[in-house]
Design a protein around this ligand. Structure first.
Ligand code: CO
Length: 214
């Protein structure tokens, strides 16, 4: 099936897709409608090029998703916090993945200072990360490589933020918590880069329980 992208075609594609699915498996939507039990919470960028289900071959029902510009975690974001609380407390996801991507417009705009209006506020935290890691970033000659590194640093920072939420804090105290993962998707090659995380440092500062294992 060739997907076209006019508005009208979206609804035609939907009908075609349902027909195809039902031909393969008549009970597909019946099973899907029973409920969800996803093992993964995914927090990613809103960029249209990142349908994570497609990139990971995950079926509907497997990944609970929250997306915003440049995959930010703010401790006062009711949208993110309610998604996180539901995922951790009710769905009891086994893994939380924060996923950034190379060539992220939000990261680049924040770094170059070209954001405007509300997005400028939203991505200010990335500017702070860039200032904090100025020495490391300045040492990277290639501009795109430097932005790539900032995308990675941004993911790691947002995971650290996640550890500070009351939701995660409560889960850590109860001893039943999901594993945390930092990903950066390389759009140019389609591959996911799994980032090493400073787990020991986070434990030292009490952001993760001593018994946490990655
Ligand atoms: Co992005």
């Amino acid at each position: 099936m060739e997907n076209k992208t006019t508005y009208e075609q979206l609804l035609i594609n939907n009908k075609d897709w349902v027909t195809e699915k039902l031909a393969e498996d008549p009970s597909y939507f019946g099973r899907l409608s029973v409920g969800q039990n996803p093992p993964f919470l995914y927090i990613g960028c809103s960029d249209s090029r990142l349908p994570i289900d497609l990139f990971t071959g995950a079926d509907p029902g497997k990944i609970f998703i929250h997306r915003n510009v440049a995959n930010q975690v703010f401790l006062n974001d009711m949208n993110l916090l309610s998604v996180l609380e539901y995922a951790v407390k009710v769905l009891k996801v086994e893994h939380v993945i924060i996923c950034g991507h190379y060539k992220c417009g939000g990261v680049e705009a924040a770094y170059s200072g070209t954001t405007m209006n509300i997005v400028e506020n939203w991505t200010m935290n990335i500017r702070d990360i860039a200032m904090e890691y100025k020495k490391e970033l300045d040492a990277i000659e290639d501009y795109q490589e430097r932005l790539n590194r900032l995308s990675e640093l941004n993911v790691i920072r947002q995971l650290r933020q996640l550890c500070k939420t009351s939701v995660m804090h409560a889960a850590f105290n109860e001893g039943a918590y999901p594993k945390l993962h930092g990903w950066v998707l390389d759009i140019a090659h389609g591959l996911i880069n799994e980032l090493p995380l400073p787990i020991d440092e986070w434990k030292e500062y009490g952001l993760l329980p001593a018994g946490y294992q990655s």
